[in-house]
Design a protein around this ligand. Structure first.
Ligand SMILES: Cc1cc2nc3c(=O)[nH]c(=O)nc-3n(C[C@H](O)[C@H](O)[C@H](O)COP(=O)(O)O)c2cc1C
Length: 183
């Protein structure tokens, strides 16, 4: 069993999404024997913007394909994914490898992989929230992973910028949700 952990927050020790990926990985490790953990910190080791030549290097794609479980920390930056995470996605959404087009439309080629995404957002984006139409993080990640054949699971901490009290409460609640993921 191989777990691939991807982090993309620029907030280091104070990062909510990193606290969640920490907890998710801890739970998964406690529940599985003999797993291998591979970590990729997209802030400490950023991938460059995609170029045509970059497609020749399949190391990021191979690492993704080799993982049984992928845990992704995804903070909301300007209503969507950090550009660091986008550069990673650009390397795993590859025609002929993770999806292809058929006469009936696109088809995802990734099978049997579990993807767990820890989302952290400063504001509220749930149904009916005034900012809901600006939510392009969860919807985007769900869209991308569905496109390549994966149904991602989400753990969400939001309203983190509202007040320190709310941040603490929302984060504790989301950490609580991570405890159920390994069950
Ligand atoms: C550069 C930047 C852009 C942000 N943009 C948004 C945003 O568009 N909407 C929002 O709700 N929160 C936004 N936030 C707040 C973050 O989503 C929030 O602080 C979250 O906790 C970040 O996750 P992290 O703690 O793992 O870095 C932004 C934060 C930063 C640093």
């Amino acid at each position: 069993m191989t777990i691939l952990r991807i982090d993309s927050s620029i907030n280091g020790e104070n990062s909510a999404s990193r606290a969640l990926t920490d907890s998710i990985v801890e739970q998964l490790k406690a529940a599985n024997w003999g797993e291998q953990l591979v970590t990729r910190d997209l802030v400490a080791n950023p991938l460059p913007h995609l170029t045509f030549d970059a497609f020749a290097d399949t190391s990021v794609l191979d690492e993704f394909l080799a993982a049984d479980i992928v845990v992704i920390g995804a903070p909301m930056y300007n209503f969507s994914v950090p550009s660091q995470l986008k550069a990673w996605i650009d390397r795993i959404a590859v025609a002929g490898k993770t999806f292809h087009y058929t006469e009936n439309g696109p088809e995802g080629l990734v099978k049997g992989k579990r993807v767990i995404v820890a989302l952290a957002r400063g504001n509220f984006y749930g149904e009916g929230a005034p900012a809901a139409p600006l939510e392009h993080l969860e919807t985007y990640l769900k869209g991308v992973f569905n496109f390549i054949g994966v149904e991602p699971e989400f753990v969400i901490a939001e309203g983190l910028g509202v007040s320190p009290e709310h941040r603490e409460k929302a984060l504790a609640q989301a950490v609580g949700e991570t405890l159920k993921l390994a069950a």
